[in-house]
Ligand binder design. Structure first.
Ligand SMILES: [Cu+2]
Length: 463
């Protein structure tokens, strides 16, 4: 749980000590004590203890940062620091983040709020924070060198601005970006609308998470910071399947997903069993007349997408990136395609030279799901996770939307596996299977005999 050191929700004494809202004076008046969270669990929504009311979001495998109300200003304290992130599936990464976690905590405010964020730099190099998508004074935009001096090691800087428009945003450094983002420095920001709006629906469940990617050599803990394109860890909020919590909904809930992409490639995020609409971007709400139904939305680098749907189909529905190599965990990818190659005689010859030689891939790679291969000490199985009907064989950017008619409002706990009604599951055909009719062209132009004898996965002989 949050170790909030019994401070934030009733910070009367410190509030009284501050006499002015000017940035420089306030910085002298005492910092809000930072709240640190070290567990990777999905925390329940943080109901606002003061200020304008709103319906809080739930950060997938994350949490919302509590604030101190100081003479009408919401004060947050971010600490940029090295963290250890349990990424799930037996894999732990040494990252940089904020307040004990990577990604950092979600910041939730309301349109019109005056916001003051103290940023303490406990990294070994200078940093800054850019408030992606916000309207703010130029000097608060966080580009080191352009808008401000980078925050030196050990120093605390203060950012202050009004949260001018509602929407889905994020924060990240704009100093040594390639290193600091490769190390996991990022967080989510949600500005809730001050009053009901026609183009912003009130939803029953409001989930948010960032897409992140790392390059970590199997067996090691620290990302390779000079990697440009070839990443091997694909994660939702720095967690990989099956370490990502499911998104839970009560049947007929209106659900919003807010997703931001801070990786170096695009991610087509796909939801099964439902259609959704993109209702907003980091540029603001999409006008209702400009929305269309989708089941996949591509989220490009540096973009945020807000999608909404009615969770009216009970079940366990996959929610994942549609790039198949993004729903896998680390592997060596110099593996040649072996589908159809008959290894049977080769194995004995090679085994004499390499005792541990293992044949893989002649029927596709699905055998990896059940194979208990010895792994280096700190890495995750490439294809993993068990479902009610066998191995799921996924990794990376994959989780589930679990819709239940008996999930209580406000209950975010995992309801377990869906009990499918009798007679509604794919089943084995046990009748006869006639030979398929062939096109006449097959007879007229036979394919020349190939040099390699090929065996199809079904076992039927072919050419
Ligand atoms: Cu992807």
């Amino acid at each position: 749980m949050v170790s909030r050191r019994d401070f934030f929700l009733g910070a009367g004494a410190l509030t009284a000590a501050v006499a002015t809202s000017q940035v420089s004076r306030v910085a002298l008046a005492g910092l809000p004590e930072p709240v640190i969270q070290t567990r990777p669990d999905t925390m329940p929504p943080l109901e606002p203890a003061n200020g304008r009311p709103y319906r809080p979001v739930v950060t997938l495998n994350g949490w919302t940062l509590p604030w101190r109300m100081n003479q009408g200003v919401k004060e947050f304290h971010l600490v940029a620091e090295p963290v250890v992130r349990d990424m799930g599936a037996g894999f732990t990464a040494h990252l940089w983040g904020y307040n004990g976690q990577s990604p950092g905590p979600t910041i939730e405010v309301v349109e019109g709020d005056r916001v003051r964020i103290f940023v303490t730099n406990k990294l070994p190099e200078a940093t800054s924070v850019h408030w992606h998508g916000q309207r703010l004074p130029n000097g608060m935009d966080g580009v080191a060198g352009l808008n401000q001096r980078a925050i030196p090691v050990g120093k605390t800087y203060v950012y202050e601005f009004e949260a001018k428009r509602p929407g889905t945003f994020m924060y990240h450094p704009h100093a040594d970006e390639m290193v600091q983002m490769a190390m996991g420095m990022m967080g989510f920001w949600v500005t809730h609308p001050r009053a009901p709006r026609e183009d912003i629906a009130e939803v029953d469940r409001d989930y948010c998470f960032l897409l992140n990617a790392y390059e970590v050599e199997p067996g090691s803990h620290t990302p390779k910071i000079m990697e440009m394109l070839d990443f091997n860890i694909w994660s939702f909020n720095s967690r990989i399947f099956p370490g990502i919590d499911p998104l839970v909904a009560r049947q007929n809930d209106r659900v919003r997903l807010r997703i931001g992409n801070l990786t170096m490639t695009n991610h087509p995020i796909h939801l099964h069993g439902h259609e959704f609409e993109v209702t907003g971007t980091d540029g603001g709400p999409v006008p209702k007349g400009a929305r269309w139904p989708e089941v996949t939305t591509d989220i490009a680098v540096g973009q945020m997408r807000q999608v909404e749907f009615i969770a009216d189909e009970p079940g366990d529905w996959a929610l994942h990136c549609h790039k198949s190599h993004h729903v896998m965990n680390p592997m060596g990818h110099d593996v040649p395609t072996m589908i159809g190659v008959d290894h049977s005689e080769v194995v004995q010859k090679i085994s004499g030279l390499i005792p541990d030689y293992m044949v893989m891939g002649e029927r596709g790679m699905a055998d990896m799901k059940e194979m208990e291969m010895p792994l280096p000490l700190n890495t995750a199985p490439m294809m993993t996770g068990d479902g009610p009907y066998g191995p799921i064989g996924m990794g990376g950017m994959f989780t589930m939307l679990k819709v239940r008619d008996n999930q209580a409002p406000g209950d975010y706990s995992d309801p377990g596996w869906y009990q499918q009604p009798e007679g509604t599951r794919a089943f084995e055909w046990t009748g006869s299977t006639p030979e398929p009719a062939r096109f006449r062209a097959d007879d007229e132009a036979p394919v020349p005999e190939a040099e390699v004898q090929v065996r199809k996965p079904s076992g039927h002989a072919g050419h």
